[in-house]
Design a protein around this ligand. Sequence first.
Ligand code: AMZ
Length: 296
Amino acid sequence: MTLELLPAVDLLDGQAARLVQGVAGTETGYGDPVEAATGFAAQGARWLHVVDLDAAFGRGPRNREHLGRIVAAVGPVQVEASGGVRTADDLHALLELGAARVVIGTAALEDPEWVAEACARHGEAVAVGLDARGRTLQARGWTASGGDLFEVLQRLEAAGCRRFVHTEVARDGMLTGPATDRLAQVLAATSRPVIASGGVATLDDLRALATLEPSGLEGAIVGKALYAGRFTVTDALATLAEEAPNPSARPSQPPGTRASQPPVAGAPEREGSRRGGGAGGAVHSPPTHPADGGAG
Ligand code: AMZ
C-alpha cells in the first residue's frame, strides 16, 4: 500500500494557521482555510487533516462553519477532523458536518470510558489522537499532560478503537524530521493502523516514513513543510507512490488489520536521507496555495 498523505489545515479564528510545538501565540497565518484545502485537494490529496485549534484550546468550537465549508469544497476528498471533541455532541456535530473521521485526543485521557464507547459505536469513523512528548500524553491544546502513551494505546486498542494518530508534540511545526524511533515503538505496540504527525520537513522524511508502512504506518500528516513551500502535495504524492512496495510481493490481509509485528529496531535511516540545514528537498512555492514566504 502507498502511505496516505494527509495535508493539515489547522483553524485558528477562521484562518489557516501553523503553530510552533502547538504553543498558542506562535502562529503564522495562511489566510482562507478553504483556499488552502482546495489547493491541496486540487493537487490530488485524498485526505485532509483539519484541526479546530480554538476548540482544542478550550475556546469553544469557533471553526465548525469553516470545517463545513472545507468538507463541501473538497469532496470527494475525505476530511479527518479534530480539536475539542470532548463529548458525544461534539463528535456528532463533526460527523454531521461531513467529516469522514474524527480524532479524539484529550478525552482519551479525561474520559476514556466515553472514548471506548465512541470507538465501539462509530468504528472507522473515530480515531484516537495520541499527542505525546516522548511517552507522556498531552491534552487541552497540549497545555496539560498526563498518562502514558503505550498504556493508553493498549487500553483503547483493547476497548476496540480502530486507528491511532500519533503526534510528536516537540516536533510539530519544527521541520526537524519525524519521530521515527518512537513511531516504530508505537507500531510494534499495536496491531491497528497508525497515522504519524509532527516534524516532516523533506521528501526524504516521507521516504523514511514509507519504510514503516509494512509495520502498520498508514499515513503521514504534513503541515508546515507544505505551507513553507519545502515541497508540494504533488511532490509528496509522487514520492510516496515511488516508495510503495510492490503490492504483488506482499501477503494479503484484511483491510484495517495486520498481523502483530516484531518491534522494529531503530529508525529507518536511508543513505543521504538526513537534511543539512534544511537542504534535503527542493525549495519552491506551493503552486496552488497562497504564497507565504515567511514560515520556517
Ligand atoms: O497545536 C496544538 N496545541 C494542538 C493540536 N494540534 N492541540 C491539539 N491539537 C490537535 C491534536 C489532535 O488532532 O493533534 O487537536 C486534536 C486533539 O484535540 P483534543 O481537543 O481532542 O485534545
